[in-house]
Write a protein that binds this ligand. Sequence first.
Ligand code: GN1
Ligand code: MG
Length: 356
Amino acid sequence: MELNLAEEILLAYGFSSETVVLNQIGSGHINRTFLLTTKNGEKYILQNINTHVFNDPNAIANNINAVAKYLKTKSPNYLFPAPVATEGGELMFHFEEQYWRLLPFVPNTIAFDTLSEPKQAYEAAKQFGKLTHLLNGYNTENLKPTIIGFHDLSWRYEQFTLALNEAKDDLKNSASNEIETALHHHFIVDYYNSYERSNNFPDRVIHHDTKISNVLLAEHSFDGICVIDLDTLMPGKFISDLGDMMRTYLCAFSENETDLSKIKIRLDYFRATIEGYLSEMSAILTETEKDLILFSGKYIVYMQALRFLTDYLNGSIYYPIAYPTQNLDRAKNQFKLLSELFENEKVLQGIIEECL
Ligand code: GN1
Ligand code: MG
């Protein structure tokens, strides 16, 4: 889709509608993303930050900037796609209540929405592991949460019970099986709580959105080049990143698939994900963390099921939908994936032991 944006936004970065062409790209639920191409063929990514979701865009900009500075001195060859400053030297452009940023375009790379070979899982997992590894010496207290409680499973469960109390009867009735499944798996919250404050479960710099479309791979070889979408780069636990990879790399079909018989775990992709992540992280993970590798998948898949179900009960106000029951279908999909993790537990744990 080609389109026009306010001239002011382009001018802030030294462009004008005469000199650039914009095309909307990307598949995320949250931000709007455009490919900006100049008359002489230079490319950039222009993004509008969704301030309903990210109500403190300065926290995002400051986190990315602080990490970029650290990496520039500690790992000068590492490709970290931090925003390009405006002509006035600002990290973002604030215009009519909206925040915009310009990002470098990395040539000869490709971002996938689905994986077609295990190598992609290995390379993506390695890239996310590398980011946390390179930032191992960085003081996480310098970074602010960009969404408070984002991956706090207790809080997500609380939000679910609040939604349940407030929901209209017809929504509740249509979701009765999933509500029961959500309640039945509360033990995952208890397990999470029992570790959350443990000494050997450190806060690290975590990406928090490790789906395959957030990593750039080399066009032909699929070698990992860099991670993108740094909005949720903030302190967190490693289970967030590894868990979201399990959620999104193991099944051949996405969270939007409604034929649940297709929701199956691909063991070769599981092994590749673990191997890729551990190739960077095994040297720094604590023994406690290593014990939680398989749990990371259960934790994130369950949390995402809760989030879709909560949103459905709230009347689908967070995740955009293409039809009324889509968030309920997404919750069903994620609960099926969760049951696959439990059913394959022994085999998966065996693969983890082999990789460690
Ligand atoms: C949202 O917009 P996108 O696809 O990058 C969400 C993630 C969810 C994901 C589920 C800020 O990410 O946490 O896992 O949808 N991001 C936010 O598809 O809520
Ligand atoms: Mg995202």
